[in-house]
Design a protein around this ligand. Structure first.
Ligand SMILES: Cc1cc2nc3c(=O)[nH]c(=O)nc-3n(C[C@H](O)[C@H](O)[C@H](O)COP(=O)(O)OP(=O)(O)OC[C@H]3O[C@@H](n4cnc5c(N)ncnc54)[C@H](O)[C@@H]3O)c2cc1C
Length: 422
């Protein structure tokens, strides 16, 4: 049986491991943390949002970005210190503006396929992750942004997604908890939300029952493609420096799903995967009182101006997430960015108590064209499923299938697919 290693146990790594197991491969996953889904797949916005498929490579983003550089409370912050990585990434991001339309449509298609796969997996394997199929509502405060959204809707439709305009009265009817003066909105009833961490952990348990070997506290330090086939992985095992040690093993192939760590690993095998870590924040509002539970929204929202989204994660939690920061691989949780999310929540949901919120920061693994790299590498036995940016939760279930099929085309599993673990 062919033995494949997956590097990284976020949503992309675990969906990939599952897709490989279903095709009959032997699978070993390396993860530097003690558990799956401890980095970007920990506390994101929760949206399974085909309706958010518009890529950011648009001239208006550049203009807004320049204006925002002068404001500390802007939704997008670019740290002024120059870095070669940031500069080249931004150059390539601008270079992709002519592909804005095509890349948006490609994202819609991936996201639509992923949504079906994800729902199927969750039902088949009985994974509980606070899935809410109540749609996603985008809201706009002025006419120009609403009209831009109307143009985006046309592109989304080309990709196969229906979302429709709604008036302020309809906004109130769709989500009565929402407070604000809106020009209009767009509603996508087919979109959904759920807890990425719960899903990834649940699927990881299923994969373990199907035979996945999970090597935790293992930092992959080196990858090499062997002459004559296969790859060698070198890793440091153990979280404690005094007792950690180096190990190595050979596999038939590897799929790199390492989020913001992918760029460094790719360079080891001669590939350039120009992922930049785009930081974002979330708060998980604990809805402790009956009043808070009643005042919190169930329909998921996207406030286009603030670049903030919400997801109701069961009766007791409201996730509020957003903003973007270009500051390299920096995971600090800034109090002023968390305050923005708290103040926004109080404005839009005045009766939700924010005395008990859990702050978090994560790094979106973003490619300059905002499309994930789902491809083989330049050396034999190397594959990538990484760089899903702001939509990894939305797209991973599709890209896992694509990369597993790509690998299967070159390296048969030599075994019949296994049955469901349920
Ligand atoms: C604030 C915020 C809100 C978001 N909201 C949404 C949303 O609403 N909807 C949506 O679709 N997406 C959203 N996203 C994006 C989504 O969360 C990410 O795209 C997704 O989690 C990325 O998954 P991943 O598996 O690629 O990366 P990760 O989850 O980071 O997993 C990569 C794993 O690789 C491991 N790793 C890296 N290097 C090594 C190494 N050398 N050795 C061993 N292990 C290694 C890491 O420890 C990590 O666990 C949001 C992101 C942020 C930050």
């Amino acid at each position: 049986m062919s033995h494949i290693t997956v590097i990284g146990a976020g949503i992309t790594g675990i969906t990939t491991a599952y897709a490989l197991l279903k095709r009959g491969y032997r699978v070993t996953v390396f993860e530097r943390h003690a558990y799956p889904a401890m980095e970007t797949s920990f506390a994101n916005g929760g949206q399974l949002s085909v309706s958010n498929a518009e890529v950011w490579n648009h001239s208006s983003t550049i203009i807004k970005g320049l204006k925002w550089m002068l404001r500390k409370d802007a939704p997008l912050l670019v740290h002024p210190a120059p870095s070669w990585h940031k500069t080249t990434w931004m150059g390539e991001f601008i270079g992709q503006i002519p592909r804005y339309h095509a890349n948006t449509i490609e994202t819609v298609r991936l996201a639509l396929t992923a949504r079906e796969h994800l729902f199927e997996i969750a039902a088949r394997e009985d994974i509980e992750f606070n899935l809410e199929k109540r749609g996603i509502l985008h809201v706009y405060y002025d006419r120009p942004s609403f009209e831009h959204a109307a143009r985006v809707s046309k592109m989304l439709k080309e990709g196969g997604l229906d979302r429709h305009p709604v008036t302020p009265t309809e906004i109130s009817a769709i989500e009565p908890a929402l407070n604000g003066q809106f020009y209009g909105g767009f509603f996508t009833p087919s979109d959904a939300t759920g807890d990425i961490h719960k899903f990834t952990r649940g699927l990881s348990d299923v994969a373990t029952r199907l035979g996945m070997v999970f090597i935790s506290d293992a930092v992959v330090e080196d990858i090499s493609s062997k002459v004559g086939g296969g790859v060698t992985i070198v890793w440091t095992q153990g979280q404690n420096r005094a007792t950690s040690h180096r190990e190595s093993a050979n596999f038939d192939a590897t799929i790199i799903c390492a989020g913001v760590g992918t760029r460094r690993l790719a360079a080891m095998v001669g590939d350039r995967v120009n992922i930049y870590p785009v930081k974002g924040y979330s708060i998980t509002v604990q809805l402790d009182s009956a009043a808070s539970k009643n005042a919190a929204p169930w329909v998921s929202l996207l406030d286009d101006k603030a670049k903030i989204v919400t997801s109701r994660l069961g009766a007791n939690r409201l996730r509020v997430a957003g903003t973007a920061e270009f500051r390299g691989e920096n995971r600090d949780i800034r109090a002023d960015r968390i305050r923005l999310l708290v103040e926004w929540s109080r404005r839009l949901f005045p009766h939700v108590e924010t005395d008990n919120v859990v702050p978090w920061a994560g790094l979106r693994p973003m490619m300059p064209n905002m499309l994930p790299r789902v491809a083989s590498g330049s050396m034999p036995g190397i594959f990538y499923n990484s760089g899903h940016g702001h939509l990894g939760w939305t797209m991973s279930a599709a890209t896992a299938e694509i990369i597993a099929d790509r690998l299967a085309a070159t390296l048969p599993a030599a075994k019949l697919p296994v049955a469901s673990a349920a």
